[in-house]
Structure formats: structure tokens, C-alpha cells
Design a protein around this ligand. Sequence first.
Ligand SMILES: *Cc1c(COP(=O)(O)O)cnc(C)c1O
Length: 357
Amino acid sequence: MKKVHVFNAGPCALPQVAIDNAIEALKNFSGTGVSLISISHRTKEWDAVMDECRALWRELLHIPDTHEVIFLGGGASLQFLYVAMNFLEKKAAYLDTGVWAHKALKEAQGIGEAYAIACSKDENYTYIPKGFDIPTDIDYLHITTNNTIYGTEIHEDMDCPVPLIADMSSDIMSRPVDVSKYDLIYGGAQKNVGPAGVIFAIIRKDALGRVSRYIPTMLDYRTHIDKLSMFNTPPVFNIFVMNETLKWVKSLGGVDAMYKLNKEKAALLYGEIDRNSMFVGTARKEDRSLMNVCFVMAPGKEDLQDEFFAFAKERGMVGIKGHRSVGGFRASLYNACPLEDVQALVACMQEFEALKK
Ligand SMILES: *Cc1c(COP(=O)(O)O)cnc(C)c1O
């Protein structure tokens, strides 16, 4: 097989060891002789996976006792509804930093009063709005810490006078997070911690039960906290691969080690974008994402775009097409993307420049 470098935005590259162990478990799960996708989820072997996965989340992110972590189906998009159902009583504010943030807001508006506290749509979401006042009479502020499509990121855990809720779909486990600053952190696994089909939610337990509406059983976070994410059949395959991925993160030194490597990878690629006369970055420099690096052809070079795609493809680059709402290129440098892949992309950009100059 040809050597490929996978920069997909999600589903994305996962550690090879997680994939290999999943293949083995599909044939014979935990020495039972039964496939992972045929086992009963009410067995001690499966309980062990759930327990290990929960423990790894707690350990890797230093989740305090005040918070619980659960795993569910439905995608991050369904979490937009969960958030409003479980936390919106009178009014909520959303920081509108992109398509996903906007969808979260829209979903909340179907449940109650929700508004954009600040918005960066005026410049096609290429920056993170700053300096806005947060009123204290709102139920929560919702933020999207990494904007997967536009390549912008909120780099610090902000101090917030009201409960803070964050969609961390595409930067969870990429940097240390002070979980105690959030009432809820959620996201889809498929950007950095596993395959599509499972979400994680880290919830401050005493923040629940404060809304007066009826919450359907499946949409009530308390149901899933009480039943340890096993109220109904959990997505066993997805949780298994997530657990393997987290074991791999731990084996490399945990989230601190990931963060160090992620900074190195991003600095290498942004450095090349800024140096190379063929390309320019699209996100404002101070808000550049460590995970999704967005760039386009430099002014006057636009007609070379298709040629660069073909050139990069020939050299094994996979998944560098930008989202249709931004155009150009996007390289996603999630945890499982090795430094060597970024080096290969940088070399490819340099070769292209030398050829065209
Ligand atoms: C991908 C993504 C989503 C949507 O995830 P689904 O699991 O496909 O619903 C939501 N928020 C962010 C930040 C994302 O990157």
C-alpha cells in the first residue's frame, strides 16, 4: 500500500494500535471467543471496558469529583438539544464563532430564549470575538472552543461569571483543560478521541435539575449519569476504540505530551504557510487553531489551486481540501497525526513553490 498522510477533519486519523486492537476485538473480544459487536453489554468483560474508559477520561483530564463523564450516541449535533433541554430555563447566550456554534444556538432557540452574545460572521468566522460583556442574568454561556471549519480556537479556559458550556468536539484531549471552570464539556469523538458514533459529556452534577420543563428520559443527562451510560445499549464498538485511543494517549505521556507535540506540529505548518509565497493562512494569527490549519493560495496564485491538490495527492496527502464554506485547504493535525506527516506536507509545499517560482 502507498504511504498516505491523513489530514481528514473528522472522522480522522486514529492511532494504529487502536485500529489493530479493534480488529482483534472484532474477531475475539477480551478472550471470550465472541466478537466485540456480538457480546452482551451486560457482561463483566464489557463493564471492564466502560470502567477503564471512564477512569482514563478522569485521569487524563483531571476531572474533579464534582463532575461525571458519560458516553452516548446521537452525535455532537444532538448534544445541542441536550444542552438547552437540561440547562436553559430563562435565557442563554452563545458565542457565534462558526457553523457549529450557530447550529447550537439555533437548536436552543427552538427550546427557549437564546441569543448570540458576539459573532464573527462579518469576517467569515476567521477570528474569535473578544471583549464582550457577559451578563450575569443568563443561565449559561455556550462556546465552541475549536472551530473545525474555520481553523480558529479559544486557547484558554475563560473565567466566566455564569455557568460555562463548551463544545470541545475538535480539541478535546489536545491540550490541558481546567474542567472545574465548566458546567458541561461535550463533543463528538470522531475528531480526536475515537470513531464517529459516540459522544462524551463531562457534566457538573449539581448543575442539573434546575430547569422546570419535562425532559424526556433519553434527553435527561441524569438518566445516563445514574445508569453509568448504560440506560440503553451503548455504542460498544465506538467506546471500545475510544478506550484504546485514550490508552494510547496515556502511553505517550497524556494530554500534556499531546499539547507539546500539537504545538510543534502547528508551528511547523503555520511557519511554512507564512514563509511560502504560494499560500496564505485564513484565520487571524492570534486565534489560529492547533488542530485545523486553514490556508488558501496566495493572491495572484489562485489558479494554481487544482494543480496543488493534484501535486499533493500524488505525494500521498489525504483530506486537505478545505470545507466548502472556506475553500482552499485544511489540514487537520489531531493527536494521532504524527509529526512526520506534517513534515511531509511542508516538504510538498516547498517542492511546489520551487517548481512554480
Ligand atoms: C463535527 C463537529 C460537530 C458535529 O458533530 P456530529 O457528531 O457530526 O454531530 C459539532 N461541533 C463541532 C465543533 C464539530 O467539529
